[in-house]
Design a protein around this ligand. Structure first.
Ligand SMILES: *[C@@H]1O[C@H](CO)[C@@H](O)[C@H](O)[C@H]1NC(C)=O
Length: 834
């Protein structure tokens, strides 16, 4: 009896608690406001109420102008919300009834053109409950100029809209958001989101970076916060609709990494729980399911940090929140690392397992840092802690958030025109911002027109004189005749060949054309992903297949690479370089259109796919093609061009398995005569990187030669250049293959599928070339011209051998590694009957 009564009491108590929670929730409700409209829309699963819908509990002080845009080019998910806006030429405020406490405030901006109002000309300020959020704010300028505090709606899929997120405490019963246009200008807003935060999202006392264990007080009851970055490290974007606590957007991190290859992605979806049950709202579990770990801890002697470089506003305090979850090790001391924020140690001897209290435990830590008035970057670096002497020096990070703290009631930072006042200066800022954009587009367009003109003229010449066509062919615009001749001699022939005899010109596509070609960026047409962005297979107007590369709009590096690539490819025409058909730079998109390469990457034909293996002869021909392309890059212009990212995924194969070098985004013009190298930050891909380039950060053509040597070994062994699942001495292909090559027994690790199908002599010679390419010092390595010459000799050896061993014919490659050469005959018979 007694027990039963207790039970009842407990249930009663539960009911009461639930009841209170209900009431609490009801009082602290969210406001989702769609501005400039009397209708409501459902977007990302939530109902957004029009700001003039009667009874919506939203009031505003002046009516402003209700605007709607006809054309829309942002993220389609947000289209219903962003098609309308409220424009104001005088101050205007939105007021909602709330209760004291904490809130997230999000302001949504989609740059519009409505009647005489063009968002390019808008300049305004926003305040909320005595906190200044932005000053002299121009949405397109912000999108164009800043990499920071942009939380573009819908992850990285849209470049054209902007969400600003704030977190603050109010002590009154109303929330007021003031919009104030600059003198003579106007402002606009598309949507406002006010989300109450009842959970304790921040602790007041936060460890100070470089403060010897000291901490700083955030004072969030009087200070406001702006979210600058929120990244899901090593995973894909987590959309607001997947973060049901506060509808936050978690962006991908790769575009902020200094070298995305320094950290490899890892994931584990099983049994992750929060280290503290009170922290379930800090971040949703998908953030902890993916991570980055150091790529190469056991491979190279010199170890590296994973580094994220984030643009921030100078002269503010920042809160950096790092999310961790140990996904692999089930005991302590396996993974110990250091954390640096702006080159200072934030934590050392960091063992997630110990701090989170186990494996698969979601855990976070906060750090407080001040950014000086001279800096606008925040570096976050994780690297090995070599002082501990523990077994594992690998680092791991799952998520990253950066919050800016207000200073004297101000969160606004006016980047370029704080010392001048009024609309005139704002205008001039716009000219700098947008003008620079237009200027670079204009230069690009001029360049492309020049090329088109050149091509047309060339074509005309060719039409006039057919005989000349075969003789002259293509020349890069900036070539010097003497070098051209020298190159042509060195390679024997085809360097300036006109590809297929057709004329290609850099064409400027409209976004509509690109959308039509890719079925609106249909994921099913995706054929690849790189640091730059996604690649789609598309069909342009006349049915021509094309590879369409769309830049990740959030990558600033992307913009630089986009321009490098157009610049390089516009100058270069070669049978063994992938040709650029055109580009699209409409609406801040950065899209490149290339000739489509039917047979994809060389790598896909070596391993990791079901494709039939290439014969030894085919492999040699592919290597020769790639070597020709590289040789042309190195010598085809006065200063030469260094590719910087030679690897088997950047060697593409056309329908006839002709190899072409691709991806010039990282290319650099070579050293001038008086210098022997180009100093530059290390870029490229692990496993292929020239150790000398690592050590000295000095780039020469010989770095490409090194990478090409790794490609040669990869072609023989048909395995990944870095394979962490193998025993330690085998992880790095370059080391492993060199080990065997030095003993002249490369055949012990040859791809079993070509065993018995090659001339011993050709393999021996091939191994020697690869070995020379991997010489420690650049100056001991051969030039690409020499590599090419030797490879052609290797091909001759193989062809001669094939001639006398006719039964080991071209297509008789065993697709089953276990089959010996004697079984191959049967395979052939089967093929023939099909
Ligand atoms: C990692 O970054 C820190 C801070 O910038 C630096 O001091 C350290 O030398 C770096 N470590 C490695 C291995 O590059």
């Amino acid at each position: 009896m007694k027990v039963q009564a207790m039970g009842l009491l407990g249930i009663l108590r539960l009911v009461i608690i639930f009841g209170f929670m209900e009431i609490g929730k009801a009082q602290r409700k969210s406001f989702l406001i769609s501005c400039g409209t009397n209708s409501s829309v459902t977007v990302d699963g939530r109902r957004w109420i029009g700001d003039t819908v009667p009874g919506n509990n939203v009031t505003f002080s002046a009516s402003g102008i209700e605007a709607s845009t006809g054309t829309f080019s942002g993220d389609p998910v947000y289209e219903p919300l962003y098609r309308t806006a409220r424009i104001f030429t005088d101050s205007l405020n939105y007021t909602v009834q709330g209760t004291p406490g904490n809130y997230f405030l999000r302001l949504h901006f989609y740059p519009l053109v409505y009647m005489n109002y063009n968002a390019n000309d808008s300049v305004f300020a926003v305040e909320s409950n005595r906190l200044r959020l932005v000053s002299e704010f121009n949405v397109p300028g912000e999108i164009l100029n800043k990499n920071s505090n942009l939380l573009r709606s819908g992850g990285n899929s849209s470049f054209t809209s902007l969400v600003k997120e704030y977190f603050f405490t109010i002590d009154a019963n109303i929330i007021v958001i003031d919009f104030i246009p600059s003198k003579g200008s106007f402002g606009f807003v598309n949507a406002i989101e006010i989300i109450p935060v009842d959970d304790k999202l921040f602790n007041d006392s936060v460890r100070r970076v470089g403060g010897n264990g000291g901490s700083s007080s955030l004072n969030l009851d009087t200070r406001g916060v702006e979210t600058m970055y929120r990244l899901n490290v090593g995973g894909s974007a987590v959309k607001p609709s997947q973060d049901l606590d506060f509808w936050r957007l978690w962006d991908v991190d790769s575009s902020y990494m200094v070298n995305p290859d320094a950290g490899s992605e890892t994931r584990n979806r099983t049994n992750i729980t929060y280290a503290s049950p009170n922290n379930t709202f800090v971040a949703p579990l998908p953030i902890y399911e993916t991570a980055r770990i150091l790529s190469n801890t056991e491979v190279l002697e010199r170890r590296f940090n994973m580094s994220w470089k984030l643009e921030v506003d100078p002269d503010f305090d920042y809160l950096v929140r790092l999310h961790f979850c140990e996904l692999r090790f089930d005991k302590p001391n396996q993974r110990i690392f250091r954390i640096y924020i702006n080159n200072r140690t934030a934590a050392e001897n960091f063992d997630i397992f110990v701090r989170a209290g186990g494996m698969n435990k979601a855990y976070h830590e906060d750090y407080f840092d001040e950014i000086s008035s001279k800096s606008n970057t925040l570096w976050i670096q994780l690297g090995p802690d070599t002082t501990t002497g523990s077994a594992g020096t690998d680092a791991l990070l799952n998520g990253l958030e950066v919050f800016k703290l207000s200073q004297n009631g101000n969160l606004a930072y006016v980047q370029r025109y704080s010392n001048i006042e009024g609309k005139k200066t704002s205008k001039s800022f716009l000219w700098i911002g947008i003008g620079a954009g237009i200027a670079s587009i204009a230069i690009l367009a001029a360049l492309v027109m020049l090329i088109v003109w050149f091509c047309k003229r060339k074509n005309k010449d060719d039409d006039d004189d057919d005989a000349k066509k075969t003789a002259s062919g293509w020349k890069p615009l900036f070539l010097h005749g003497s070098i051209a001749n020298r190159t042509a001699k060195a390679t024997g022939s085809t360097v300036y060949q006109n590809p297929n005899g057709t004329v290609r010109s850099g064409r400027r596509f409209t976004l509509a054309e690109i959308r039509a070609a890719t079925n609106n960026f249909d994921e099913r047409l995706g054929i690849g992903v790189g640091g730059f962005g996604k690649v789609y297979k598309g069909e342009i107007d006349d049915g021509t297949l094309a590879a369409i590369k769309r830049a990740n709009p959030q990558s600033h590096q992307g913009l630089a690479e986009f321009e490098t690539e157009i610049e390089m490819l516009s100058k270069l025409r070669h049978r063994h370089l992938v040709s650029l058909i055109g580009f699209c730079d409409e609406q801040n998109e950065m899209i490149l259109v290339y000739e489509y390469m039917d047979n994809g990457t060389l790598r896909s034909h070596l391993f990791g796919s079901d494709l039939p293996p290439l014969s030894w002869k085919q492999r040699l021909e592919v290597c020769i093609g790639a070597a020709r392309g590289l040789h042309y890059l190195h010598t085809g212009s006065e200063r030469g061009i260094i590719h910087r990212d030679v690897k088997t995924t950047n060697i593409l194969l056309d329908e006839n398995f002709v190899a072409k070098m691709a991806d010039f985004g990282l290319s650099k013009t070579g050293p001038s005569l008086e210098h022997t190298h180009v100093s530059t930050a290390v870029k490229g891909s692990f496993g292929y990187l020239d150790p000398e380039y690592f050590r000295r950060q000095q780039l020469t053509e010989k770095s490409d030669v090194y990478s090409f040597g790794v490609v040669l070994f990869e072609v023989v062994c048909a395995r990944a250049v870095i394979n962490p699942t193998l025993p330690k001495d085998q992880i790095n292909l370059a080391e492993w293959a060199m080990h065997w090559q030095r003993q002249r027994s490369l055949e012990s690790i040859i791809d079993p599928r070509i065993r018995g199908k090659y001339s011993q002599e050709s393999l021996m010679k091939f191994g020697e070339i690869a070995e020379k390419c991997l010489a420690d010092e650049g100056k001991s390595r051969p030039t690409m011209g020499e590599v090419l010459w030797h490879l052609e000799y290797v091909l001759q050896l193989q062809e001669a051998w094939l001639h006398t061993n006719a039964d080991a014919g071209e297509n008789s490659v065993s697709s089953n590694p276990d089959l010996g050469p004697n079984d191959v005959g049967e395979c052939e018979v089967q093929d023939a009957t099909n």
